[in-house]
Write a protein that binds this ligand. Structure first.
Ligand code: SAM
Length: 406
């Protein structure tokens, strides 16, 4: 069953959901009740310093007025404007030279008012910047792409392009009705695995390929940051990174490229192995990154010095993750490290970043999991014997939770 697994477009109640479900025979373990002292843990709040790109001092300014509640009601439309702009290809169109709202309107057959509204939102988001201002209407401003939009939004052929991730939310936007539907108690019991396996092999394969591109875009900057964050770039003897559910192999590729002492193994479902191998081949690293086919619920993991779970734990409930942590402990060499990469909720909940709370909601229709807090993962790690648990900021809203096998 596991070998047939893949992500899929799932039609539910007229809405498409791009599921992250991968068929697997799961076995759960009893929920942990172990509660170690947290006093030795590094008290880094999750996502520290990662909020500024969304921050607005006005939004947070007052407890005695209603402004922020109105703002939260409306911010959804900013996201829609961003998604639609990217779907139309506005950043690609603006890559070569600055444009006015009239230029954008003409290119995409929009009204100037609509093009201008999209550009104003993109300007607030640092996708575009004002190149030539107008003292009169905002409709007359000349905008150019910002350097980061040039890098991450302007060239769909570039591996750095984040658009495969953005596109997923354009085609699978969670409407209020869809959120309510997947929040029903009955939805928790639904066997989504069986539903998506009912599709033909070609659909399953296409969806898997699409999902790998989505994950590759999501993990691009994290993977670039991993070697330094973990010190993989400076290990001075041969070490192996095992990337469990490693998808596009992007973490292994970056780790290996950072240091000749590093080797990589991607543990992936047999059905996904050929797609993973394509990414490795494109990077020219087939001799140093291998793909070990298997099902992480039913098969043992290969021996390694670092075991990485990136965006895996938030797909599954706590009890299943406890099994994965035990498997990691069993396969690690002495002194080895488990590395969990996730957008974490903050320990106090309140300090969670908007990306963390959004991802937590996104998990409702797509998975059986949620975002976790450092302290809950610390407890899990300690329960199986990992020591020195710590949180290391990886990039933006992503953190690593790391534990060491004594
Ligand atoms: C959310 S993606 C994460 C991909 C990658 N780690 C990243 O962060 O870019 C989940 C990955 O886990 C893999 N996966 C799901 N169930 C699995 C299983 N039972 N055994 C092995 N891999 C599995 C999927 O094929 C998919 O590539």
């Amino acid at each position: 069953m596991a070998s047939k697994a893949a992500a899929t477009l799932l039609r539910r109640g007229g809405k498409h959901f791009f599921t992250r479900y991968w068929a697997a025979k799961t076995k759960s373990s009893p929920a942990a009740s172990f509660a170690p002292s947290l006093s030795s843990f590094v008290p880094n709040p999750a996502g520290t310093g990662a909020k500024s790109y969304l921050g607005s001092s006005r939004l947070m300014s007052s407890d005695v007025t209603n402004g922020r509640f109105m703002a939260y009601s409306m911010l959804y439309h900013d996201s829609v404007a961003f998604l639609v702009s990217n779907q139309l290809g506005i950043p690609v169109f603006m890559a070569s030279e600055p444009k006015t709202p009239a230029d954008v309107a003409k290119e995409f057959n929009l009204s100037v008012r609509a093009a201008s509204a999209l550009l104003v939102t993109l300007c607030r988001m640092d996708v575009v910047q004002v190149v030539k201002d107008s003292d009169d209407s905002v409709d007359d401003i000349v905008y150019g792409l910002t350097p980061s939009a040039q890098t991450f939004l302007s060239n769909r052929k570039d591996l750095a392009c984040v658009s495969p991730f953005v596109d997923t939310f354009t085609t699978n936007f969670i409407t209020p009705e869809a959120l309510l539907e997947c929040s029903l108690p009955a939805d928790e019991k639904k066997d989504i695995m069986s539903e998506h396996l009912e599709q033909d092999d070609e659909t399953v394969a296409n969806n898997a390929r699409h999902f790998m591109a989505h994950m590759n875009a999501q993990s691009y900057c994290c993977a670039k940051a991993l070697p330094k964050a973990l010190g993989l770039d400076s290990v001075n003897e041969p070490k192996t990174l095992l990337d469990v559910g490693g998808g596009s192999a992007i973490y292994s590729i970056e780790a290996i490229q950072s240091n000749p002492n590093m080797n990589g193994i991607v543990f992936e479902l047999p059905a996904i192995k050929p797609i993973t191998e394509e990414y490795i081949e494109k990077a020219g690293l087939s001799d140093r990154v291998s793909v070990s086919p298997g099902d992480f619920f039913n098969d043992p993991l290969p021996a390694a010095d670092y075991v990485l779970f990136s965006n895996i734990f938030h797909d599954w409930p706590d009890s299943i993750n406890a099994n994965l942590i035990q498997k990691a402990y069993d396969c690690l060499n002495p002194g080895g490290k488990i590395v969990i990469s996730e957008i974490l909720l903050a320990d106090d909940v309140k300090s969670s970043t908007p990306a963390a709370t959004s991802m937590n909601v996104i998990m409702l229709p797509y998975t059986k999991g949620r975002q976790y807090r450092p302290k809950e993962l610390f407890r899990r790690l300690q329960k199986v014997g990992f020591t020195k648990p710590q949180v290391i900021n990886l990039v933006d809203d992503y953190d690593l939770v790391v534990g060491t096998k004594a």
